[in-house]
Design a protein around this ligand. Structure first.
Ligand code: BJW
Ligand code: ZN
Length: 260
């Protein structure tokens, strides 16, 4: 699906009729934005849509600072359960294709809204985690930097800061909280600079992540969406693959991998 006014994809100039798209250049500036859908085929539940977490739980009861102040034990039980679910999941072919993309391209930035850590597990080195990481905890009094804790289940609910004994919280971004400033700034900068942005498995409803593709478009980038369902971005994308990520992304990449 090609929007009429979209610029040509960065690879079309080299494409030969009837032979499909040509390879990207190593130097093509690429940004990837991923959401929960990329991990769906690994077994991680998404938030919205069929089987999504927000079908069974209210976001306001669990993913806000108010909810945590009201009932830290309830919030932690939910996160402990989600850690056990994610801990049993492995990266899929879409995560692996992105790790390979990082190795094959010189200017590649992977931005994720996911907190599951599966991109790193697949071999991605540089990942901008906009919404934090479910395997990291932080002290509510901020007496020390956040720390990794992969214990599953956690031995104590709610967990405490090992340094000062205050309540610990998951190092994730809840509704109404600011995203980590440097991470967001780097994601915005990369989005403005890129020639090609791939948006994979996000409903594109949650701000400010959902605005990154708009920054890319404003600066003339080609936008590709991989998602079985339509999103607010679909009509803006120059290319839409209405398929699950683990099928579409490895194929998209294999057809465009430089020198291969
Ligand atoms: C597949 C697939 C397959 C299925 N293959 N695809 C402007 C306008 C309106 C509201 C706001 C605004 N600016 C800010 C707000 C408020 C709010 C917001 O955006 N609300 C909207 C929902 C209305 N934003 C915030 O509050 C943010 N903070 C903020 O802006 O702060 C400002 C501030 C500044 C200074 C000081 C103080 C404040 C924070 C947002 C935090 C989001 N947190 C969560 C939870 C993280 C922790 C946890 O995991 O528990 O992040 S909510 C949840 O949504 C999670 C996700 O990262 C995020 C996005 O979801 P995602 O990834 O898109 O998943 P789904 O489920 O929605 O979609 C999955 C998609 O996959 C679907 O499209 C499927 O079709 C597809 N799919 N299978 C490919 N196999
Ligand atoms: Zn502390």
């Amino acid at each position: 699906m090609h929007g009429q006014s979209e610029p040509d994809p960065p690879y079309s100039q080299e494409g030969q009729p009837g032979r499909g798209p040509a390879a990207l250049r190593r130097s093509t500036r690429v940004v990837i934005l991923t959401g929960a859908g990329i991990s769906a085929e690994s077994g991680v539940p998404t938030f919205r849509g069929p089987g999504g977490l927000w079908r069974s739980y209210r976001a306001e009861d669990l993913a806000t600072p108010q909810a945590f102040r009201r009932d830290p034990e309830l919030v932690w039980q939910w996160y402990d359960w989600r850690r056990s679910v994610v801990g049993a999941c492995l990266p899929n072919a879409a995560h692996r294709a992105l790790a390979d993309m990082e190795r094959a391209l010189d200017d590649f930035v992977l931005v994720t809204q996911n907190v599951d850590g599966l991109h790193r597990l697949a071999g991605s080195r540089r990942v901008l985690e906009l919404h934090g990481n479910i395997w990291r905890l932080r002290c509510t009094l901020e007496c020390r930097p956040p720390w990794d804790d992969r214990r599953d289940p956690l031995p104590e609910i709610p967990p405490r800061c090992p340094a000062c004994g205050a309540l610990a919280r998951p190092d994730v971004v809840w509704f109404g909280e600011a995203l980590p400033g440097e991470v967001l700034a780097a994601a915005m900068d990369a989005s403005r600079r890129c020639a090609l942005m791939l948006v994979v498995g996000t409903s594109a409803l949650v701000q400010p992540a959902a605005s990154l593709p708009l920054l890319a478009l404003e600066n003339g980038a080609h936008l590709v969406e991989i998602n079985p369902q339509a999103t607010p971005l679909s009509r803006l994308a120059g290319e839409v693959l209405r398929e699950p990520a683990a099928r579409a992304l490895p194929r998209w990449w294999a057809e465009r991998r430089p020198g291969g």
